[in-house]
Ligand binder design. Structure first.
Ligand code: PLP
Length: 427
């Protein structure tokens, strides 16, 4: 991608040409001087969500009480699952919204390892999100039987090569579980190629779509993925701690044996039978009572995503991340920053990692700036990565320009040195 100039006028021109620019209006934004580049950790609040939740509270819980379950609460996990399915290339009856990403990962990985009885190896990579790796470590510990976790290795801290994966997937591999977009570098796997490698070795695949869903095209059916999980509080804008989703390929659903047998997974939960008989469909992957209010908060968010459409969002996201990299090359590389993300757009998700030895203090300076400097919210990932999350639903080119020129100022003036290098709780 070629940009003709680092001037603000070009950013403004790109905003004028942006066919999705109007979608930002649908999100709460009480402080126009706050440049929010952290939609990959917690998406913005849709303006329609508070009234929608208020209705769920008063008209549903308040007025309908227990009758709400038959009025539509009971199948919310499936109905919302069907909406998410449309964003990730799955059939409506292959996705369920429930539990957290970590818990869903545990459920599906446990089921897959037991299904693949006799194969001892769970393969992931060393770019994966720590919670995913902890879940796998705990699972190997729990199941025993000689099972082990192996990690394909990155050579540059940014990508894991296809050669490394091909070398790591073998006849002992039960399950290959990777994040489609790496949380730190933004590296985007070729899902189809990995599924093919796994399949030809007889391994199942389990994808974590947390940093992809809602921003990056995903075709679970078309690429023949077996299992997936993902988060709805990042690019899907479902709110802090919003329930996660899981996907199970249709013909695998009745074959997997879950490690948690809750009543909502039963064929007939309200028959109150004493022996567990699992549902044969996607309901089998649910555990207990769905969090109705949290699920309701997802509805306005999903409506916006559907209206924008993933292909248009991806086009804009690529243009925005290319623009970040262009400005970083012009302004920040001379100040000691390096790019911590793939340069090739087709290998990159919707965030850009910029690395600098004083990255943490620079993040603090960006976040805590006193007016008139704009406040920029990126996030920080140890040891030196400033992560700029680009949410194509509401980020503008002019915001990117302002944020990067502010980062240049922080680096150039050395004002970051006034901020402590000791980390806070949430970075
Ligand atoms: C955000 C994220 C999670 C979060 O898991 P929770 O159970 O919601 O805390 C897990 N995995 C990946 C890859 C993530 O990006």
């Amino acid at each position: 991608m070629h940009f003709s100039s680092p001037d603000f006028a070009l950013a403004q021109q790109l905003d004028v040409e942006d066919e999705l620019a109007g979608f930002a209006e649908q999100f709460s934004n009480p402080d126009p001087d706050l440049l929010y580049l952290d939609g990959n950790s917690l998406g913005r609040l849709p303006k329609a969500t508070p009234a929608h939740l208020q209705q769920a509270l008063t008209r549903e819980w308040g007025a309908r009480l227990i009758r709400g379950w038959n009025d539509g609460w009971l199948d919310l996990p499936q109905r919302l699952g069907a909406q998410i399915a449309a964003l990730i290339g799955a059939q409506p009856d292959e996705v369920l919204v429930c539990d957290s990403t970590s818990v869903n990962l545990f459920k599906l990985a446990a089921a897959a390892l037991r299904y693949q009885n006799g194969r001892p190896k769970l393969l992931s990579d060393d770019l994966n999100f720590p919670s995913d790796l902890y879940i796998f470590q705990g699972l190997v510990d729990l199941l025993g039987g000689g099972r082990r976790l192996e990690l394909a290795q990155t050579s540059d801290g940014i990508e894991v090569s296809q050669t490394e994966l091909a070398r790591s997937i073998d006849a002992e591999t039960a399950l290959v579980s990777l994040s489609l977009v790496a949380f730190k570098s933004g590296f985007l796997y070729d899902m189809k190629a990995v599924n093919l490698l796994a399949q030809s070795a007889g391994a199942l695949t389990l994808w974590d779509l947390s940093h992809a869903a809602g921003a990056v095209p995903v075709d679970l059916n078309g690429s023949r993925a077996d299992l997936a999980v993902g988060c709805t509080y990042k690019y899907i804008n479902g709110g802090p701690g919003a329930p996660a989703f899981l996907y199970v390929r249709k013909d695998l659903q009745a074959q997997l044996n879950l490690p948690l047998w809750g009543w909502f997974a039963a064929q007939a939960p309200f028959a109150f039978g004493l022996d567990f008989e699992p549902a044969g469909d996607i309901r089998r992957f649910q555990v207990g009572t769905p969090p109705v209010l949290a699920l309701r908060a997802l509805e306005p968010a999903l409506e916006i995503l559907q209206a924008a459409g993933i292909p248009r969002l991806r086009r804009k996201s690529v243009l925005l991340t290319e623009y970040v990299i262009y400005l970083a090359d012009q302004w920040l590389a001379p100040l000691g920053f390096t790019l911590g993300s793939p340069r090739a757009a087709e290998r990159r998700g919707s965030h850009v990692a910029l690395r600098h030895p004083h990255g943490y203090q620079m993040c603090r300076a960006l976040i805590e700036a006193a007016p008139p400097a704009p406040r920029v919210i990126p996030d920080f990932r140890a040891p030196d990565t400033i992560r700029l999350g680009i949410a194509p639903l509401y980020n503008h080119f002019s915001e990117i320009h302002r944020a990067l020129s502010r980062l240049r100022q922080v680096a150039e003036t050395g004002e970051y040195a006034a901020y402590p290098a000791v980390r806070q709780g949430v970075t």
